[in-house]
Design a protein around this ligand. Structure first.
Ligand code: 13P
Ligand code: 13P
Ligand code: MG
Ligand code: MG
Length: 377
């Protein structure tokens, strides 16, 4: 049997320049030094560092499976090195997502988010990685449902015999830390009953009964992990495409709808999801709009195969930046229009999240102060 490859995407925000906007180049350089060392010492086979807004993503291939201690430790140490650089440069929110002082075997529960998938490489393994900023993990639920459940999006569900059987969905309750696996189309309405509540439920994995895992999302709820507000989850999602899985275009199309997602500005607002290139992902309007970046590549013989970027030194390969094209300008313009509209509500719901979801609140102190003046009606 062919050796299995693991794709691990581990992400964190460990500091940025000018508020929550963009990691400093020397933070990325420090992380790269550590990950280069990881390739030399054969902990990982290959890697790419990408970013979405103020979040850094390490996209790594290796042969050690999900939750491999040495891979998580390498990522943790690379984030620590970047955070130390951020502290040295007095950058904003240096070390933001590193919630513990010492590594304890796995990044999960320590602040960073992780989406990992182990597979036997197909003849051609096309993969896309989505990287969001200023939103939570349930932001991916709507596009996932469109791609994997909706035949009006994914014609493959109707005409591709391999996709026709449908997919299983692992749904997590991010508050009570429970999970359930359900099948679509058989249980589609039950699935949507849960997933429609974006405050509580998120998709962790989508699974094809024969081909294995099709998609995986980082569902760590950072504010719950930390017990206080420390930044948003800003989740990542890995999707395997083609040949029984949805075609790349069927995965991308749902992002042409700028859905309202929670987590914008102080983690407390709804905003329209804005698809853009990684380079364009610096939040410049009201700490947003909430972004989603998507990069695509092949996993080939355990390595990441991309394309040669324009005007670069020969031999440098980078993933394809899916939302960089002009066709997405239309969606970006629409997202901005929706964002301006919702901003018109100021601090009123539904522009802000529900009181239970607010990342900061003055409500208890205001209510306490008013207690002596509160009268029965
Ligand atoms: P696959 O058969 O490899 O999924 O390709 C379908 C396709 O042509 C995409 O549009
Ligand atoms: P991040 O979660 O991206 O750090 O942003 C926090 C925030 O509150 C921005 O307004
Ligand atoms: Mg930040
Ligand atoms: Mg962020």
């Amino acid at each position: 049997m062919a050796e299995k490859v693991t794709l691990s995407v581990i992400k964190a925000d460990v500091g940025s320049v000018a508020g929550h906007s963009c990691p400093h180049p020397s933070m990325i350089a420090k992380a790269k030094e550590l990950l280069d060392g990881g390739v030399k010492s054969k902990i990982i086979n290959d890697f790419q560092i990408s970013r979405s807004g103020d979040d850094m993503e390490f996209i790594m291939t290796h042969n050690s499976g999900e939750n491999a201690k040495e891979v998580h430790e390498l990522a943790w140490n690379a984030f620590i090195a970047a955070a130390d650089e951020a502290k040295r440069l007095k950058l904003y929110a240096a070390g933001q997502d590193l919630l513990t002082d010492a590594f304890s075997g796995n990044v999960r529960g320590q602040g960073p988010g992780a989406a990992e998938v182990e597979f036997e490489e197909r003849k051609a393994e096309s993969v896309v990685v989505f990287m969001a900023d200023k939103c939570g993990p349930s932001a991916y639920s709507l596009p996932i449902c469109r791609t994997f459940m909706d035949p009006f999006t994914t014609t493959g569900l109707v005409i591709d015999p391999r996709a026709h059987q449908g997919y299983d969905f692992e749904v997590v309750d991010v508050i009570d830390h429970k999970r359930v696996v359900m099948s679509a189309p058989a249980e589609m309405y039950d699935l949507l009953t849960l997933l429609g509540d974006t405050t509580r439920y998120a998709v962790k994995r989508v699974i094809h009964k024969e081909l294995g895992i099709a998609a995986v999302i980082s569902t760590e709820k950072l504010n719950i992990t930390a017990g206080k507000y420390v930044g948003k989850d800003d989740p990542v999602m890995v999707v395997r495409c083609q040949s029984g899985f949805p075609a790349l275009g069927e995965v991308l199309q749902p992002f042409a709808f700028p859905a309202l997602v929670a987590g914008w500005m102080r983690g407390s607002h709804y905003g329209a999801w804005f698809p853009c290139a990684s380079e364009e992902s610096t939040p410049t309007f009201y700490d947003g709009p909430p972004r989603v970046v998507c990069i695509g590549f092949q996993v080939s013989n355990g390595k990441i195969q991309g394309i040669e970027p324009p005007n670069s030194a020969p031999g440098k390969h980078v993933p394809v930046d899916m939302f960089s094209g002009k066709e997405w300008d239309y969606v970006r313009n629409k997202a901005m229009e929706i964002c301006l509209y919702i901003r018109g509500h100021g601090p009123f719901m539904p522009a802000i999240v529900s009181p239970d979801e607010l990342e900061y609140t003055t409500r208890p102190s205001v209510l306490k102060k008013l207690e002596p003046r509160m009268e029965p009606l």
